[in-house]
Write a protein that binds this ligand. Sequence first.
Ligand SMILES: NC(=O)c1ccc[n+]([C@@H]2O[C@H](COP(=O)([O-])OP(=O)(O)OC[C@H]3O[C@@H](n4cnc5c(N)ncnc54)[C@H](OP(=O)(O)O)[C@@H]3O)[C@@H](O)[C@H]2O)c1
Length: 221
Amino acid sequence: MSLDGYLGSPTPQRLLMSNDADFDRVEGVRSTCDAILVGAATIRRDDPRLTVRTPARRQRRVARGLPPTPVKVTVTGHADLDACANFFVTGDSEKLVYCTTSAVERARSRLGRVATVVDSGHRVDVRRMSEDLGARGIGRLMVEGGGTMHTQFLTADLADELQLVVAPFFVGDSRARRFVGDGTFPWHPGRRATLAEVRRIGDVVLLRYALSAQFSPGDDA
Ligand SMILES: NC(=O)c1ccc[n+]([C@@H]2O[C@H](COP(=O)([O-])OP(=O)(O)OC[C@H]3O[C@@H](n4cnc5c(N)ncnc54)[C@H](OP(=O)(O)O)[C@@H]3O)[C@@H](O)[C@H]2O)c1
């Protein structure tokens, strides 16, 4: 996020917040996960690949009996998603779309060739979705945005760790999306989160917070 807490710019152009060393670190963390999740708006706006591209990291996963790239997961209430988006066409892993019942038919006709569409009821509940992912063998999920997804996982107290990278500039426009929206968070002035690590990575800083007993400092590969 920017110094003023934004995840990007208010314009349709993608704003790269981090530096090369941190993007590489993020890929390292991604390579340790079973699945990567982003909200549907991030797919529409940023068209991210969310793959593991470094050969050594891919090989390490394969040696552990895993696909070279983690499973990709998204959430949508409208299924206004393009089957040609990088999310769906890159990577050799399964793609899961958790979708409200009202949009399931649309999702299956648009995305049925490239993804498994999961009917998730009136509204996708992130706790129930996490349980379903667990039942599918996903033990470690990395949520890579955007703000709507961060807010739901954090307010539901489902995150074991928060990794926050602060970029050295301001966005300065409240039309942009913040790191989180409004909500009741388990960490507040009366219950402070545990700061586990501060790491300088060139001109950005990584803050790691331990949010549950499941946090493991060594998990950041
Ligand atoms: N700096 C970073 O590291 C980073 C990372 C990721 C994203 N971003 C930025 O974040 C911004 C996007 O964030 P955002 O908060 O607007 O969007 P988001 O979290 O990526 O996605 C929100 C969308 O996900 C779907 N959704 C979320 N929760 C749902 C639920 N419980 N049930 C059904 N559908 C649900 C809805 O999709 P439908 O509209 O399809 O119904 C909703 O519009 C972009 O500017 C992007 O560039 C930045």
